[in-house]
Design a protein. Sequence first.
Length: 433
Amino acid sequence: EGLTILPLFSWYSAEFDENDPFPDPNAGYDKHCKWPMDADLQAWKYMAKLNEMFLAKPYYGTVISFSHFLPRRDLPFDRSKKNTAKSVGCEMIDEQARAAGSKIHVYGHSRTKHGQVHAGVRYANMPLGFETDWPKDNERRLMQLFDGKNLCTQEWGADGEPPLGYTKRVLHATFFVMPGLKDADRRKLQAALSKLSTFSGVQVTFGTIGSTKRTKQEFTNDIWPELETLSCEATHSLVVVAEDVAALKAMLKSEAYKREFAVVAATFALRSFSVDVLLGVDLKHERKPDPTLVLFCLRLGPTLTEDSEDHARLVKATEAINKLPGIEGKIAVAFHPSGFGRFSQRELNVELGLEEAVSAGFTHVFVVAVDAPESWKMLSQSKTYGKWKAAIEAQLSKLRAAMPSLAAFALPLELTASAAAPRKEKKKEVLRR
């Protein structure tokens, strides 16, 4: 209900080639097609004309349009071959899709995966290609465009496995203001923590803000001067990586957590708050100089939606960091909405039995895993990070709240977990005679 699927007839036009918008008589594109009209000048117009009767109808709600050929010149395709642009697309497709109020336009032909917003409309292509296009034993994926609530471009496994975002592990972080916590008090927390570590499907650590080798003050002085202000006086953190929501829920609702760890923590904490996010980076602490996790908790404005150009800009800025030369094994970043999968942060709090106030209204989380604080220092001083920071600051909520719109923390990274949870084997059905 409230969703319209609108396929559009289409054919390519030589005018798509901006540098030479004329047909190439020697190209021989689609030579087996026989047209009762001029194939170069009339075929695309004929296809566009066929769409007019459908465009005359009123469409309400969310419209998703489709075409085989590319609707815009700025979409990716192989430009290495001469005159390729003459046979890949037609800008009339875009005009017609927008006239119908399309919010996502799906296209093909380019054999290049793409999902991005251009001028307010999201364009998606998820080519299955030929068998030879994929590595052996690699399962080809589909793409989810609408999750029942929102538009998206989320990969799905071709054999029915959940989308990649749903198979990610859950990262749950709680930050505590515990000034003057003594060693004896810390031992009480660690004793309670040891029971939480026995739960199936979760890894749990508790430590001070900073890194394993640097205190918060040393981290502030030597690495990141902004930490003192951005950390909102937090002194300690609880980090949980769970294989799924069910595993996290089982731990947080257990007697070991509610009656022991939470009670002991509340005794010493002046205040605390938590955030949840899918784990978008691989975490590894073995054989690293001083592995550190940097978390940015962000409260962004309500106009930032997944189908907005501002969101696409933030995703692009995040991808730019991951593409920096020489950072493999040293730096990895991810930017996602708070919550997990189909759950917003508010909905996840309800599912986990937590109060809404514990998340402080943060809407997004930026996760950075580094091999050492020095790597974070290098990144935080780079132009690429500066562009990401500027893009984020432009989207911060201006509404007044108990917590600022941006909070950030450096945490010791003391566990190892890949971003994707292990795939659960499907139960085999037993046939009975």
